[in-house]
Design a binder for this molecule. Structure first.
Ligand code: LMR
Length: 393
């Protein structure tokens, strides 16, 4: 039977991890996969996470099954952090999922269950795993313009024109903040315009919120998601704790569904639990429990927020420095957009050949579309990157 299997294309982001590991050059620089690194190159366990794990280890008396939807306390804490009361509780259904990818997968499974013919619209470009999962599930897919390569900003006119063709019941995937892979984001006014257009067309938004706290702050980064949640009868929100709690390998995410009323919410909740049961039964619990301990404890929450803010400000500082160094190295303002971008990523707008040269000649690893992980840099490597980029232009 296995003779029938075809080789699968490798994931372009994850492939870089292995390539980087095999490179023996001491001065190699990893700007590939979206993992935060501190100025010493470490991906630390956050202080509050360590403290919560200790508390848990001391207090936990059983590892028996929890609820199919995950712990109710985790679901409540996540709804509060993401939505902060923007939508009445009796319109919210949610399940814990294995990371943000698990939440996206379950959201798309729910769409397929409800309406197999619904088209899912994706920004061009988007995180490559979005179209990959959609294709795998056999869901119809369409693209809307998003990135303006010339300015490094959002092609808002193109986006609005394309979204003007969305049909009632189509699903539109939006990055809640910190767009991956471009780093270019809508302004608050543009969000309001896009929401008005999509609501008028009867679309169902699916918000991917994987970087809350990495852009303009924990609350500011949730503003667009909250606006979306309160503006449509039905919304899906797939959120991840991998980055903002730094618990990548614990696989901790949540899928929240907004339904039109309390009655519909009960059915949605049942379907979400059903989908968990079909795919993996109970969602992973450890990371969710750690997050709950933190969010239910005032002191731990304060410490976590403080450390998250350090992380965010470190990335912002690196952005400023990189824009400045690129200005010097290239003698132009071509890369000034790097300082305006938000989140972990920026798409530099280099060709694949230039990206390959950076890897081969300079040991600098980035995704083939020239997406860099800002957090892979430090004050010393920023000028190295800037000079290398200038040398391949
Ligand atoms: C990324 O885009 O690098 C991250 O979201 C990690 C991943 O799973 O691709």
């Amino acid at each position: 039977m296995f003779d029938a299997l075809k080789a699968q294309p490798q994931d372009k982001i994850l492939q870089l991890i292995a390539m980087f590991r095999e490179d023996t050059r001491a001065d190699k620089i990893d700007l590939g996969v979206g993992v935060y690194k501190d100025p010493t190159g470490l991906t630390p366990v956050m202080r509050a996470v360590k403290a919560a794990e200790k508390k848990l280890w001391e207090a936990e008396t059983t590892k028996t099954y929890t609820a199919l939807a995950g712990e109710p306390a985790y679901n409540m804490a996540m709804r509060r952090m993401i939505l902060d009361g923007a939508v009445a509780e009796d319109r919210l259904a949610s399940v814990a999922t294995p990371g943000g990818t698990g939440a996206i997968r379950q959201a798309l499974e729910l769409v397929k269950l409800a309406d197999p013919k619904a088209t899912v619209w994706l920004s061009a470009p988007t995180w490559p795993n979005h179209p990959s999962i959609i294709k795998y599930l056999g869901i119809p897919m369409a693209e809307y313009r998003y990135f303006d390569a010339a300015s490094g900003g959002v092609d808002f006119a193109g986006m609005m024109e394309d979204l003007g063709r969305v049909k009632p019941g189509d699903v539109v995937l939006l990055h809640g903040c910190c767009h991956n892979p471009t780093g270019a984001n809508l302004t608050a006014d543009q969000w309001a315009e896009a929401v008005e257009l999509l609501a008028g067309r009867g679309a169902l938004p699916l918000v991917d919120l994987a970087y809350q706290g990495f852009g303009d702050g924990l609350e500011a980064d949730a503003a667009a998601t909250r606006l979306v949640a309160e503006s449509f009868p039905e919304v899906l929100i797939a959120a991840s704790c991998s980055k903002n709690f730094g618990i990548y390998r614990e696989r901790t995410g949540v899928l929240i569904a907004v339904s039109k009323d309390a009655e519909a919410t009960k059915i949605t909740q049942g379907n979400l639990a059903f989908l968990n049961r079909q795919n993996y039964s109970f969602p992973p619990d450890h990371g969710a429990r750690v997050v709950t301990v933190i969010l239910e404890d005032v002191a731990l929450t304060a410490d976590w927020k403080a450390e998250l803010e350090e992380v965010r400000l470190n990335m912002l500082g690196l952005r400023e420095q990189l824009a400045e160094e690129l200005r010097k190295a290239t003698n132009s303002d071509r890369f000034d957009f790097v300082a305006r971008h938000r989140g972990m990523f920026s798409r530099l707008g280099l060709t694949e050949a230039q990206v390959n040269r950076l890897r081969e000649e300079h040991g600098i690893y980035m995704v083939g579309d020239s997406r860099i992980n800002i957090a892979g840099l430090n004050a010393k490597t920023v000028p190295v990157l800037a000079r290398a980029v200038a040398s391949v232009l």
